[in-house]
Design a protein around this ligand. Structure first.
Ligand code: NAD
Length: 279
């Protein structure tokens, strides 16, 4: 496998191992394929089951295995793993398997996430927990179990997926906004704590994405809310109003933050939101 050139930038992740959560589809799949094209061996973890409070389907094990096959077709190794990032024992087993398989984890991409909509008063407690546990606790657990291997080798990159909701409030979305703001708190604190071991911790904050999450919500009773959000903020995308961003746009930022080129970038986030949050 040779270095990958995208948008006139070359990346070379040969000899490195990258763990991507929520890697079966959407942005996670795109990130996994981008790292694989740049020569990395890949671990993709995904839930392979539904979560009751989420109105759209999550990735299946068939999708997970299909993405693993696409990655292997790029002549790198891939370990697909069913793992619910909300569950500490499953995350611990995932990291143990990955280390038994590859001996190291160089890059952790905390990407798994879910979305659901509810006013505060109607929000079920389980609904709150499902979103916060997937989007925030999952990033905490994966970092907790991956970091000892990075500390041992005194290097590592952690990049978590935030959102425009890491910076702005959104009505009927308090759980998701709280979790995505939490990603920034986790990122800044871990960046300070892990700097002495040569570990960088950052986030990428995507705008409205063209992924199964968005498509699933648009096909559910949440469609009205999502359309209303576009109207409320007045814009999705400064470059192409009404257009969603493609997952590959986020992968570019993931690769850069995970590369040696970003060795002096830590505790920060890159907004890849086509201007959504500056409105
Ligand atoms: N879709 C958007 O507009 C948008 C915008 C900003 C940020 N994000 C964030 O980007 C990330 C990727 O989302 P996407 O748009 O690709 O959505 P997606 O639904 O297509 O992909 C998310 C993946 O995470 C997996 N997943 C969900 N819960 C999990 C769990 N508990 N354990 C393990 N895997 C789990 C899903 O099965 C799926 O494969 C998420 O963190 C999301 O919150 C999405």
């Amino acid at each position: 496998m040779s270095a990958r050139q995208i948008k006139n930038v070359s990346y070379d992740f040969r000899g490195q191992v990258v763990l991507v959560t929520g890697g079966a589809r959407g942005q996670g799949r795109s990130h996994a394929l981008a790292f694989a094209e740049a020569g990395a061996d890949i671990v993709i973890a995904d839930i392979g089951a539904a979560i009751e409070s989420v109105l759209y389907p999550l990735a299946t094990t068939e999708e997970l295995n299909a993405t693993a096959a696409e990655i292997e077709a790029l002549h790198v190794r891939c370990l697909p793993a069913v793992c619910d990032v909300r569950d500490a024992r499953q995350v611990e087993a995932l990291v143990d398997d990955a280390l038994a398989h590859f001996g190291r984890i160089d890059v952790l991409i905390n990407n798994a996430g879910i979305e659901s909509i509810s006013s505060l008063v109607d929000m079920g407690e389980q609904q709150w927990d499902d979103v916060v546990d997937t989007c925030l606790r999952g990033a905490f657990l994966c970092s907790k179990y991956v970091v000892p291997n990075m500390i041992e080798r005194r290097r590592g990159k952690i990049v978590s997926t935030g959102s425009t909701s890491s910076y702005v409030g959104v009505p009927r979305n308090a759980h998701y906004v709280a979790a995505k703001h939490g990603i920034m708190g986790l990122t800044k604190s871990l960046a300070l704590e892990l700097a002495e071991y040569g570990i960088n911790v950052n986030a990428v904050c995507p705008g409205g994405m063209d992924t199964p999450m968005t498509a699933g919500m648009l096909a559910s009773r949440d469609a009205e809310w999502l359309t209303g959000l576009g109207e409320l903020t007045g814009i999705w995308n400064l470059f192409a109003p009404e257009a969603m961003l493609q997952p590959e746009e986020i992968s570019h930022a993931m690769l850069w933050l995970s590369s040696d080129a970003a060795d002096f970038v830590t505790g920060t986030s890159i907004m890849v939101d086509a201007g959504f949050t500056i409105k």
